[in-house]
Design a protein around this ligand. Structure first.
Ligand SMILES: [Zn+2]
Length: 175
């Protein structure tokens, strides 16, 4: 998919997500990882979340998992069919699996895990969301759209690093 063929709404929503995620820099737990779930039909925002791994001392509280949990609770249903998830960073295998279990139809991400995020937040896996989506046994398979507003999303990592160092919060885990 060439950048020109990407639905402009994906760019608008990713920019909004970047702004939302940057707001975490003013909290006690600055994070470059944010995710949002939209209704694909109405275009309405259903839920958005930062990662809260450190805040909640829970390694499963990635932004995407948090957003999926908020969205299913808000809609009071297990399936997010008809919804799109946006993430500032390429979903890890846990998060992409959560998206598949939630039957999300589309996942859109900004920064690359290994090329953009890893230098800041070391990543333990090189399994791609596209590989996991290809293994889905339900139709339609989740469509993965990569690198929407990649530079804006990538900048979040450096900005978060700067904020953490300014405030003496130390480096992210495993660095
Ligand atoms: Zn994850």
């Amino acid at each position: 998919m060439t950048p020109d063929s990407i639905d402009p709404r994906h760019h608008e929503r990713m920019k909004a997500l970047v702004a939302y995620t940057a707001a975490s820099f003013a909290t006690d737990h600055p994070s470059p990882f944010g995710a949002a779930v939209y209704d694909a039909q109405t275009g309405g925002l259903i839920a958005q979340a930062y990662d809260s791994v450190i805040a909640k001392c829970d390694p499963t509280n990635h932004g995407e998992v948090n957003a999926v949990r908020l969205a299913t609770q808000k809609l009071a249903r297990l399936s997010l069919r008809g919804c799109v998830l946006y993430s500032t960073c390429e979903p890890c295998p846990m998060c992409m699996s959560a998206c598949i279990w939630a039957e999300l139809e589309t996942v859109v991400y900004g920064a690359s895990t290994l090329e953009d995020a890893d230098p800041y937040w070391p990543q333990p896996s090189d399994v791609t969301p596209q590989e996991l989506a290809a293994r889905m046994r339900v139709e339609p398979r989740c469509e993965v759209i990569a690198h929407v507003e990649r530079e804006l999303c990538r900048d979040l990592f450096q900005q978060c690093d700067d904020v953490r160092q300014e405030r003496g919060l130390g480096l992210p885990p495993n660095r």
